[in-house]
Design a protein around this ligand. Structure first.
Ligand code: ADP
Ligand code: ADP
Length: 236
């Protein structure tokens, strides 16, 4: 509700504050995909990071299942973190290069549910198969995957804990158009099977048009429009 985020900066060239997000308010409904579009620097990632609890809002509140998240107990906060997962643009930045695929995708299960080492391969295989990868990938390292496959790996990790929400921050933006379509189709299939909600941030309009039920437009830190996808994309 009325989320704002200000960054303080001080450097040789610049001093002061940047209002990255200003009085933004929206809801993400169960099972929907809400696309967020807007030019670079309009505040999309800052919103994603606040929802993922990687940044604190300067003012305003975020509600999860009716509860303001700053009032959650430590245990509830951990639960929310498990239920709200993320897929970022550059899997290289978020996948540990020294971990094998089977370790990467089961890491959340190890951390949150104490999955035993001996059970990792089996659970990993199930997750890899859900995203269209197979047993031949279990022992590979991130650099041995193509860009699209690496994004599948990130998605497998994101669904490991059976979350409610996945924040996709430019999750397909670095991929070529046909790989984008494949990943979007995978996301849609997973949504159908698991009842996921997506916050889908992207600067590419066709892909947002294709996946989103609703679309929000950000400009200079403000949410200037939100509505059904057809309405947003077919207005003059
Ligand atoms: P987008 O995701 O739409 O490209 P961002 O949310 O990343 O936009 O950025 C919004 C604004 O906040 C930009 O002006 C950006 O330069 C600024 N910004 C983002 N992160 C930081 C930060 N950690 N420190 C200072 N300014 C930041
Ligand atoms: P993205 O929007 O691609 O996820 P970031 O959120 O990391 O990327 O950064 C968005 C913008 O914020 C960039 O333009 C970057 O230059 C700016 N930015 C990020 N961190 C800082 C920072 N510590 N100080 C100033 N600007 C920053």
């Amino acid at each position: 509700d009325q989320l704002s985020k200000t960054f303080s900066i001080s450097s040789k060239r610049q001093n002061g504050t940047i209002q990255a997000v200003h009085d933004v308010s929206f809801s993400l409904f169960k099972g929907e995909t809400l696309g967020i579009v807007g030019e670079s620097g309009s505040g999309k990632s800052t919103i994603a990071k606040m929802i993922l609890q990687l940044l604190h809002p300067t003012s305003g509140s975020i509600y999860y299942q009716g509860k303001e998240i700053s009032t959650l107990s430590k245990r509830e906060r951990k639960q929310m973190k498990a239920n709200v997962q993320a897929v970022f643009q550059d899997p290289y930045a978020s996948l540990n290069p020294r971990m094998k695929a089977k370790e990467i995708v089961t890491e959340p299960l190890t951390i949150h549910q104490g999955l035993a080492n001996k059970d990792r391969a089996e659970r990993a295989l199930g997750l890899l198969e859900e995203v269209g990868l197979g047993s031949q990938h279990l022992n590979r390292y991130p650099h041995e995957f193509s860009g699209g496959q690496r994004q599948r790996l990130s998605i497998a990790r994101a669904i490991a804990l059976k979350p409610d929400v996945i924040v996709c921050d430019e999750a397909v933006s670095a991929l070529d158009v046909s790989t984008q379509a494949q990943i979007v189709n995978l996301l849609k299939e997973l949504q159908k099977n698991h009842g996921l909600s997506y916050l889908f941030i992207a600067h590419g309009l066709p892909v947002v048009n294709h996946i989103s039920d609703r679309v929000a437009i950000m400009k200079s830190g403000e949410l200037i429009e939100i509505g059904q996808t057809e309405q947003i994309f077919h207005e003059p």
